[in-house]
Design a protein. Structure first.
Lengths: 120, 238
């Protein structure tokens, strides 16, 4: 359970320590990729909590989502339509849904635990 | 769980980079031409304001100086100084010429000795110099002023008590400026006095020195016997 959080912290520290900077025109792609990554992450957590977690689906979903989002943004730039907004919208909605589901699961888990302790 | 961790690392990495990209944009000069013009205008205004200040301070300094100079005492002092210069009581420096009076060498060979300059010749020369706008004259380093007398006393030519008994000697003349010094030089080259000196076996050599020459001050006190100041009570209403 703590390993992914540790991984996140390690990743953030690594990113801050390395002097990598993305030029401004690619910042959009990176932001959409981050959003896709977060979406996948929370999807993964939700799946884990619902006991339907599949590693293949998770890993493939992570990369596929990122690539799709980035290519959507790329296409949008070349078509003159802000297509990346579609990705932002989709990922945003899914992020909220996932977080809501996670919250509910945690809440039910907590109530179940409390009932158990009260019974005991 | 391992892949999950790896992906969280990647996400963390991306987050950090995104954070850096957004949080630390390069500080660039994004002003366009008109904004730069406006800034230049502002700086120019500041500059002119500073220049105005400098000028006002300089004016103040000049004012103080003129106030100092234009006090009554200073005016009197200036006038006195001017009069002293005019009377010949100060040393004078300026552009001019030097006349060297020397015996004619060829005549010395024959055996004629010349030991004296006739005062008439000197007077004539001084008059001629004055006619040609000479300002200050000294003969053998004796300043010639308005009251100077050139006369023969017991066979010796004396200028205000200074006897000229050796040859050669120099007559220094100062003119108004370098231009009039040049004019004086040219006139003295063709002067008649030179011929008259030659009759007395003396040669006048006109030298135009480079730069300025110095004429000494009149070293005696000027005695005025037959003059007295006007009674300020009666006169003065000029």
């Amino acid at each position: 359970m703590w390993l992914p959080i540790l991984g996140l912290i390690i990743g953030v520290i690594l990113g801050l320590l390395t002097e990598i900077k993305v030029s401004e025109e690619y910042a959009n792609y990176l932001s959409i990729a981050v959003l896709a990554g977060l979406d996948t992450l929370f999807g993964g957590i939700r799946a884990h909590l619902q006991n339907i977690y599949d590693e293949k689906v998770f890993v493939s979903g992570f990369f596929f989502n990122i690539i799709l989002a980035a290519s959507l943004a790329f296409l949008g730039v070349h078509l003159g339509v802000d297509l990346y907004l579609a990705a932002v919208f989709a990922f945003g909605v899914r992020l909220f849904q996932n977080i809501a589901v996670i919250r509910r699961i945690i809440l039910t888990n907590l109530t179940i635990k409390r009932e158990k302790t009260e019974k005991n | 769980m391992l892949s999950f961790t790896l992906i969280t690392i990647v996400i963390g990495f991306m987050l950090a980079i995104q954070f850096r990209t957004i949080k630390e944009p390069e500080v660039r000069d994004t002003r366009d031409t008109w904004q730069i013009r406006e800034d230049i205008l502002k700086e120019n205004e500041l500059q002119s304001k500073l220049l105005r200040e400098v000028r006002s301070y300089e004016e103040k300094i000049a004012q103080y100086e003129t106030e100092l100079n234009q006090g009554k005492e200073a005016i009197l002092r200036n006038t006195l100084e001017e009069l002293r210069v005019e009377a010949g009581l100060t040393e004078v420096k300026g552009y001019g010429i030097i006349l060297r009076i020397e015996p004619v060498i060829e005549d010395l060979l024959i055996g004629n000795t010349v030991s004296n300059v006739s005062p008439d010749l000197l007077k004539r020369l001084v008059n001629e110099l004055n006619m040609y706008e000479a300002l200050h004259i000294s003969i053998d380093n004796q300043r010639v002023i308005n009251t100077t007398v050139i006369r023969d006393i017991n066979g010796e030519t004396k200028i205000d008590g200074h006897s000229i008994n050796k040859l050669p000697f120099e007559i220094k003349v100062i003119a108004d400026n370098s231009h009039s010094a040049e004019k004086l030089y040219n006139r003295m080259q063709v002067s008649k006095s030179a011929d008259e000196f030659f009759v007395d076996n003396l040669r006048v050599k006109v030298i135009q020195p480079e730069g300025q020459i110095t004429i000494p001050a009149y070293d005696d006190s000027i005695r005025i016997r037959d003059m007295k100041p006007v009674d300020p009570e009666k006169g003065g209403n000029s």
